[in-house]
Design a protein around this ligand. Structure first.
Ligand code: TMP
Length: 211
């Protein structure tokens, strides 16, 4: 049994917290689980991610972002995910290819077919079994990050973040079996419980007892 679960959403939506909560819950139940964060999931990805978030170059092409996020993803899928899925582990990933579709596709305005094609090359067709979208208004999400130094993406205009949010919602509507959309303004315990309901169902359907 292997299972691949991704977390997606705009800035400040709480995905990192929720992916860690799920990881701890599965680990407590002795379900072999790996937690990764894109683009930091490998040493190579970490360097790329840091550069993409913090470079002071002002002329980074959207296509360069698309290729670099996917270079990092190719390394993660090839070097980490494939072998762990073969071992039957549950993989939880905080951001994956849908982030590129939302940010570089809908947000930056790159052609969606091009984004899909490059994403497919990097992921080698590895699709999540479940994608959790933590949805909230852009203003509320960004307000949660106030007071911290803002990276290149967080500094983008509200309209960019709005396009990212709408992009995510369109993706979710196009594949409701894979996506679980949650109102991320609810208290974090409630959000965690909704996620757990779905994950435990999925695990049971794979024949794994989780209660
Ligand atoms: P975060 O997940 O720590 O918030 O930071 C990752 C940032 O990088 C976030 O602003 C979204 C952005 N990003 C993309 O634009 N495209 C991608 O494919 C990925 C993985 C992240």
């Amino acid at each position: 049994m292997s299972l691949f679960i991704t977390f997606e959403g705009g800035e400040g939506c709480g995905k990192s917290v929720q992916s860690r909560v799920l990881y701890r819950r599965l680990s407590k139940l002795a379900v072999p689980t790996l937690l990764a964060h894109e683009p930091d999931g490998t040493p190579f990805g970490k360097r790329i991610g840091r550069w993409l978030k913090w470079t002071e170059d002002t002329d980074i092409a959207s296509l360069t972002e698309l290729l670099l996020f996917n270079a990092s993803r190719a390394q993660l899928v090839t070097g980490v995910f494939q072998s762990n899925l073969e071992k039957g582990k549950v993989i939880i990933c905080d951001r994956y290819a849908d982030s590129t579709t939302a940010y570089q596709g809908y947000g930056r305005g790159l052609d969606l077919e091009t984004v899909r094609a490059i994403n497919d090359v990097a992921t080698q067709g590895l699709e999540p079994n479940l994608t959790v979208l933590l949805d909230m208004s852009v203003a509320e999400g960004l307000a949660r990050k106030k007071g911290r130094k803002q990276d290149r993406f967080e500094q983008e205009a509200l309209a960019f973040h709005q396009r990212v949010r709408e992009g995510y919602l369109k993706l979710a509507v196009s594949d409701p079996r894979r996506w679980l959309v949650i109102d991320a303004t609810q208290v974090k315990e409630k959000v965690a419980e909704i996620i757990w309901q779905r994950v435990s169902q999925l695990l049971s359907s794979y024949g794994k007892r989780v209660s």
